[in-house]
Every structure is written in structure tokens, then in C-alpha cells.
Write a protein of this length. Sequence first.
Length: 469
Amino acid sequence: EQLFHENTHLLPAENGEKVTRLFLRELLNILLAYINKSQNRSSKVLDFHYPHQLKEGREGFSLELPDQPENLEQLLVDCRDTLKYGVKTGHPRFFNQLSTGLDIIGLAGEWLTSTANTNMFTYEVAPVFILMEEVILKKMQTFIGWSEEEGDGIFSPGGTMSNLYSVLLARYHFFPHVKTEGMHALPRLALFTSAHSHYSIKKSAVTLGIGSENVFLLKNPVLSPQGLFPFYVNTTAGTTVYGAFDPISDIADICENHGLWLHVDGAWGGGLLLSERHRTKLRGIERASSVTWNPHKMMCVPLQCSAILVRKKGLLQKCNQLSAEYLFQMDKHYDTSYDTGDKTIQCGRHVDVFKLWLMWKAKVVHSTHPSTKPSAAYGNILQHIPEHSNVCFWYLPTTTVLRRLKGSVHVSKVAPKIKAKMMESGATMVGYQPLGDKVNFFRCVFSNPATQKADVDFLVDEIARLGSN
Ligand code: ABU
């Protein structure tokens, strides 16, 4: 205990094994207590505080950095408090995000990854992880339906980055000289996406110097805006809000006729490729030039784990390679094609593959046949069979309550008011948003394996309770 009053006895200090073990064991106890609490329905999903409250310090929890080093005991208290004031995204009543749940095998993978603490740029420093990435990417490509001769890919830091890669690669595919000459050597480019696609498509156009005004929504009848060079079409497999699927096969026909790059943003819906029953929603995906697939969403791999998969072999490398000599020496004594870091726009790259590899081994992929029929109890809410596990709905309180909400568009104020009360009460969490001409509605996402029907009943009752007073 005395040793815990300093922090200088941890490895690599001489004879540091004992204190290191004690410290990590204590931390493990904190983490296990948190995991158990996350699964306990009588515990809250969150203990909400406003930013100023957290900043001013709660019950001794200070975010400020000290002048003197803190001892191990205090650091463990800080760890406990950090979890205490956070959000339990693995809680069965957390419906707020597409990435939810806490997979224990995945968690073990993440712990091991941090312990290995290596970098994915070269085989030299990450031999096992680099080969695992190759194995997993190949497996994902097989589920997409690409042949043995096709397929490449890389794990990237999230779906937005994977989508960015898709636009970057498409541009390079049509205009390889952009790499050396830049955008001034290109015609004005146009890319196409659907109205409900993720904002990262537009962001990619902004980031890559194409410009947001040159992103056209597919519902527009114009496929060849004058003076522009159309080169890229994004389809979404599982839109963020509605969970809708674009007709990939039909759009692939258009892309083939016009020689356009077809991207499938399957960040959310890509996981359905693993289901014999539901993979038909992605019919035609094998015709895509690139695919984004985030196992950290439907497949519950701990954040983060996103892949950009590319049909044309070698394009990633050609597009991004700069051959920094201090990393990617060509005269190494092994096959340097395994130094995959030069395929990316990053230098340092986190190991995102191991937790997925471990989970895949633990679960193996069987076809699943879940019922898509809503139960009778939700007949009033679910008037249509959903394409995915997003359920969007308005809660309409009694007219007496509505009248109390001053303003011209009353219904738009209901969801934000209930959400605010919900966060302060902390028993459950669900998102809301407006979309197009639809005023604020709730979006409930089901991707947490811990959630049961009783939790959905709880959410509905809680919304009604908070909405009635
Ligand atoms: N597209 C990022 C995830 C959005 C969400 O969880 O709601």
C-alpha cells in the first residue's frame, strides 16, 4: 500500500513487477465492476452533468492537470470517476448510437492490442497483425462477392475516413496525374449520392478540393451537369437515420453504362452480408468499385473498426505511396508488400484488426434467420416492416401537454424536451433529429445484443412518462 503512494515503482522501474501487477489488478477490478454495472438494468445509463459542472469538479473529480505527479491510488480514483461520469454504451437500454454494446471477446482483443502497443505501418513492427489484416480483409471481400483475383483494402479510423478513401481512389483511378499535378490539372469533377447518405460524402468532396457544390443528390434527374466531369456515385447500404438501402444493382447498371466509380457505403448495413436472409438487401454489391464496412457498428466490435475495401488490386498503394525511406526501405529482407502502411494517407496506424479477428474466431459466421416481423405490441408504431434495425417515430403527447409547448411547430419540440429530461433522469438514452420536411423524431437503433424486448417496453414507457409531465 505504501508503494501505491508513489507512481515511480511501476515497470520499467527495477523490481517493478509487483506494483505493476497490483496496480493493473486494481484497475481490472474497476473495469469489471463497471462492466457488471453496465449490464445491470437497475443502474443508470448515464449520470448526466453539464460541462461547467464537470469542469468545476464533482466530488473531488478534477479534470485539471496537477503541478505534482499523482500517486497510484489517486490515478485509480480518477479511472473510476472517468467511468462514473461517462455513458454506459453497453447498457441494454442504450439506443442512442449505431455502435453500442460491449463484446467481451472484442474487449479482450482491445486490451491485448493496447498491450502490444505497436503500429500498423510495417510488417517489421506488426508482423502478426499485418497478416491478420490480410486474412480478415480477404474474408470480407469474399462476403462482398469479389473473385480471388480482385480485392484490396485497409482498416481506417472510421466510416468517414473510409468514405474519404473511396473518393480519393476514384479520383486517382480516373486522373492518376492528380497525385503530382494537383486539382488544377483536372476538369471540374462531379459526384453523386442520395439525399439520405452520410454527410461524409460531402465532407470528402470538401476535403479533397472537389467542393460541396459539386456533390449532386441522385434524386435530381440530371446525371450530366453541364461542364462537369461525373466520376463517382455513392450508394448507401443502411442509411444513418432510417436504415434504408439504395438499390445497388440498379445503380450499378447506370455506373457501368456511364463508366462511373460505384461506391457502397455499408458502414451500417455491411454487417448484413453475413446473413443469408438479409444479404439480398445489398444485391449488386459485388459490382462496386469500393465498399465501406464498419464492423464496429452492426457486428459490435469495440470502437473503432472500419474497413475500406477496394475491388482493384494495387490502387491503394499507387494512389497513396510516397515511399518514406525511414520506414519503407525496399531492400528489407522480407516481402515488402507486407509493409502496408504506404497504402494509407496516415503514417502511424492503430491496430484495429485484432479484436475483429478474435471475435470472428469466437463466433464463426453462421447464417442467421431473425424475424423481421414486428411484434403485435408495436403494431401501432411499426406500420411497415423495417429494412434495418432503425426505428424512427414521433411521440405525440396529449393535446394538453402539446398546448403547453409554446411556438408554432409544437411537435418539433417534443423529442428535444423529452430527450433533455431523459438525459437528466439517466435511465435510458435514444437519439432524435429532424430530416428533410420531417420535424424532430426519435431514432431508436437496435444493435446491442444485451437489449431485450422488456428494454424496448421500458424505453416506450419512459418516453410516455417523461412526455406526460
Ligand atoms: N455515422 C456515424 C454513426 C452515427 C450514429 O451512431 O448515429
